[in-house]
Design a protein around this ligand. Structure first.
Ligand SMILES: Nc1nc2c(ncn2[C@@H]2O[C@H](COP(=O)(O)OP(=O)(O)OP(=O)(O)O)[C@@H](O)[C@H]2O)c(=O)[nH]1
Ligand SMILES: [Zn+2]
Length: 303
């Protein structure tokens, strides 16, 4: 015979966390409606992108349970080392534009962030209306490593169609250097984004939320884009070289052949990574970039 607990269980609804600002949340219910919600207790640390079970109690929505996460997207945080930004994200869009420019080493870092977070990186050659052969040649190096790229011009809607198509149902984070055109591209992809952010801070009654809010915006084609103040200028968190190499797929491919399991790939004899650099199968630029980043993350060079 059903007891009182069964009655409570039956009111639980699956929901998607589409905004988080501190402990306050917005959840999207199966009927497409979006409601303000709070976690049932302090132990439930909901992230934007979480699939949850929520129920309505006296008019308020309460999150009872977080479904297991496929992955958590982290960014560097001065205080805690690394900080979770969103759950169940799968794609990192790396916007690199000839104006103001973006070095190959900076692209290496963004790609490493993607690889280390388990995200599929997609390189976006921004400001496609500005031709720059040298810049395109720089990006071609990454295509040769197996990374896909797309050209986008924010004010040419046709140029965004392949991106929308590629994003499909993906949940993506957009990053890139200051001035690369992230805001412009974001607004071109999600015309009502700014409006949603301001209506959210009005609904919660606190303007400060606009600087701490993480939002999930749905694209026309079905994909999702994460909007979070901290991810636009994302950096890697401190980690040892043995972990960093997972961010460099061309180096990682040789790592198993190093003589020592804990090889730092810097000075050890029998290092398969350095041998591959000498043989020309790993580019010396990529190897130097890895060493430089390893030193910075180990605190031996300024970040
Ligand atoms: N030619 C051209 N200019 C663009 C394009 N997209 C953006 N811009 C210009 O590039 C400049 C920077 O664009 P933003 O969108 O503010 O760049 P951002 O990456 O958000 O910059 P931050 O807020 O500093 O991180 C602006 O002057 C834009 O008008 C584009 O596709 N083509
Ligand atoms: Zn090695």
């Amino acid at each position: 015979m059903p007891g009182p607990d069964d009655a409570a269980l039956s009111t639980l609804q699956p929901a998607l966390v589409v905004a988080s600002f501190g402990r306050d949340l917005q959840v999207e219910l199966p009927d497409g409606s979006v409601r303000l919600a709070r976690p049932a207790n302090r132990r439930l640390r909901c992230l934007c992108g979480d699939s949850v079970d929520a129920e309505r109690i006296k008019g308020d929505w309460v999150v009872r349970h977080i479904q297991p996460r496929r992955e958590v997207f982290y960014r560097q945080d001065k205080r805690d080392g690394k900080r979770p930004v969103a759950a169940n994200v799968d794609t990192l869009l790396v916007l690199a534009s000839p104006e103001p420019g973006c070095s190959a080493e900076q692209v290496d870092r963004y790609l490493a962030i993607a690889e280390l977070n388990g995200l599929r990186p997609v390189l976006l050659r921004g400001k496609a209306d500005l031709p720059d052969a040298a810049f395109d040649a720089m990006l071609a190096e990454f295509n040769a490593l197996g990374y896909s790229s797309l050209s986008v011009a924010a004010d040419q809607p046709d140029s965004l169609a392949p991106l929308r198509h590629q994003l499909g149902q993906a949940r993506s984070v957009l990053c890139g250097l200051s001035g690369a055109g992230k805001s412009t591209l974001f607004n071109a992809l999600i015309p009502n984004a700014a409006q949603r952010t301001s209506s959210l801070s009005a609904a919660s009654g606190e303007g400060r939320h606009t600087t701490t809010t993480t939002l999930l915006h749905q694209l026309d084609g079905g994909g999702w884009l994460v909007d979070s103040p901290g991810v636009r200028d994302i950096r890697l968190w401190p980690m040892p070289a043995g972990e960093l190499i997972r961010g460099f797929r061309d180096l990682l491919a040789h790592e198993n052949d190093c003589r020592f399991a804990d090889c730092s790939h810097r000075h050890e004899p029998g290092c398969a990574v350095r041998n591959a650099v000498d043989a020309g199968s790993i580019s010396s630029r990529r190897y130097a970039s890895f060493c430089d980043l390893a030193d910075r993350l180990a605190g031996q060079l300024p970040p």
